[in-house]
Design a protein around this ligand. Structure first.
Ligand code: ADP
Length: 479
């Protein structure tokens, strides 16, 4: 039996979106030159006009960050820096509803996720790093930790505010100043964060936010006044950045793509596993670099798992992201939808079998129904390439060794999942898997205390935890 849900829309009255935004440089909002629209992907409504930073704006932001670094931030005691981080964290909590609504409008993710995951976790990153600011000598990152200087930070659109927090909180806690660029389709919460910096009376220039596209990102990457680049995004752009910084003295951390194996052994608790599979691939519309996008099922339980998974998928509610009952929202952009459609079509052509539950997708906006492909082999593009959408590729295996070989047979190595009731099997498998994060009997769990990052083409360095601190300090190994 299925239940009917009455509409439960979140109100957007809590946010006020300006018709046009500039950049946040040296503690002030400055007018932009050129602009481009940012749209609500669930309705295609233009929400605002975002400024496109060129060389003059990036130069001004780097100059402001350097000035703040030299004159204020690097001289301030860790205890004082920590106070600012605590203040920012508290204001983010106070304004959490505003942030959640704005994130959902601009990104298309369900309000339930922005409210319960993105925003609380973003605040948690500031609280966690505030705690380290005056204890860096005891963090196991050297007895006299020194900041790097000015950090250029470039983030993607899938977790806009959360990725900002992952970047800004450790940089500030360790005494660096920043120039951050949000992704072109999701700048609004970063610009609201700039207001929070003003409200927290953060010294001018410690955080600078310039908006724009890849050309702005490239100006940051190649700027001679920047000491460190922290990037989260596609492996393709990560490679461009790695090439650009290789001949320079810049430090770099890269958090790139993934194609995680979610491995279900025959002794797995099937009902919990099905929930974990759904969370692993349909959370945030599958716009997750560590998504469990390759499901590896042990052959003797495959039929049962697939049957239960399809039943569960029939109950997923796809639609208005502002409705509190929605599970899967809109695809972030027209371009991303086109990429998902194109890659999914290769699944059909290459002989995999596609299945989606019946769902009424809204007429306007960018949508893709939760989809699984069975009969997938290692050679299929949908088993090798990151789709970054709500599409699950299902493969099977007979022996645990075969599962590991298939799981590791990828250029990526960001995350993996293991479902088994046997502790010994879980430990054995986690030692064999070449992935930076491995979840056992759960998936997509994040915590600021836990380092996150990948092997191989999934990136360099770690973010979060003590490891993440070292990525912003001089002379400390990144791994
Ligand atoms: P996605 O494919 O998920 O959109 P991208 O890697 O293209 O990921 O984008 C992630 C971030 O990198 C965005 O903020 C984007 O503007 C920025 N970006 C894109 N191209 C470049 C580039 N050549 N140099 C620096 N940043 C870039």
């Amino acid at each position: 039996m299925s239940f009917e849900y009455a509409p439960a829309p979140e109100s957007r009255a809590v946010v006020s979106i300006k018709p046009k935004y500039g950049h946040f440089i040296g503690g002030k909002f400055v007018a932009g030159n050129k602009h481009f629209p940012t749209v609500n992907p669930a309705t295609e409504e233009v929400l605002s006009q975002i400024a496109l930073a060129g060389k003059p704006e990036v130069d001004a932001a780097v100059k402001a960050a350097r000035k703040a670094y030299v004159s204020t931030w690097s001289k301030m005691s860790g205890k004082e820096r920590g106070k600012y981080l605590y203040r920012i964290a508290r204001i983010m909590q106070e304004r959490a509803r505003e942030f959640a609504v704005l994130e959902t409008l601009d990104n298309g993710k369900p309000i339930r996720e922005s409210r319960d995951t993105d925003i609380p976790l973003a605040a948690a990153h500031f609280f966690y790093h505030a705690g380290w600011a005056d204890k860096l000598e005891f963090a196991g990152v050297g007895t006299s930790p020194k900041p790097l200087g000015v950090a250029g930070q470039i983030i993607p659109w899938n977790f806009p505010l959360l990725m900002l927090a992952w970047k800004v909180a450790p940089a500030l806690a360790t005494g660096n100043t920043v120039v951050l660029k949000p992704a072109e389709s999701t700048s609004l919460t970063a610009l609201l964060f700039a207001e929070v910096c003003q409200q927290a009376e953060l010294p001018a220039g410690v955080v600078n936010i310039v908006t724009g596209d890849g050309s702005t990102g490239a100006l940051i990457v190649n700027h001679p006044g920047i000491d460190k680049i922290a990037f989260t995004g596609s492996t393709e752009v990560g490679k461009i950045i790695a090439r650009a910084v290789a001949p320079t003295k810049k430090s770099v951390t890269l958090e790139l793509g993934g194609k995680a194996a979610n491995i279900v052994f025959e002794d797995a608790p099937i009902d919990e596993t099905v929930e974990g599979i759904v969370n692993g691939i349909f959370f945030n519309q599958g716009h997750v670099c560590c998504a469990g996008s390759r499901l590896l099922l042990q052959e003797n339980v495959a039929e049962e798992v697939l049957h239960k998974l399809k039943n569960r998928m029939e109950k997923i509610r796809v639609g208005d992201p502002m409705d509190k009952n929605t599970d899967v929202g809109a695809i972030n952009s027209k371009e991303q939808l086109a990429k998902i459609v194109e890659l999914a079509a290769t699944g059909d052509v290459e002989g995999a079998e596609r299945w989606s539950p019946a769902c009424n997708l809204p007429a306007k906006g960018f949508w893709f129904a939760p989809t699984i492909f069975t009969g997938v082999t290692q050679a299929h593009r949908i088993a090798r390439e990151e789709i970054f959408g709500p599409v699950l590729s299902v493969l099977t295996f007979r022996t645990p060794q075969e599962a590991i070989e298939k799981a590791n047979n990828t250029p990526f190595g960001l995350s993996a999942g293991i479902w088994s009731e046997k502790g010994s099997r879980t430990l054995w498998a986690s030692q064999q898997l070449r992935a930076g994060v491995i979840w056992a009997n759960t998936f997509n769990k994040f915590d600021p205390t836990s380092p996150f990052g990948g092997y191989k083409e999934s990136g360099w360095g770690r973010e979060g935890g003590r490891h993440g601190l070292s990525a912003y300090l001089k002379g400390v190994s990144h791994e």
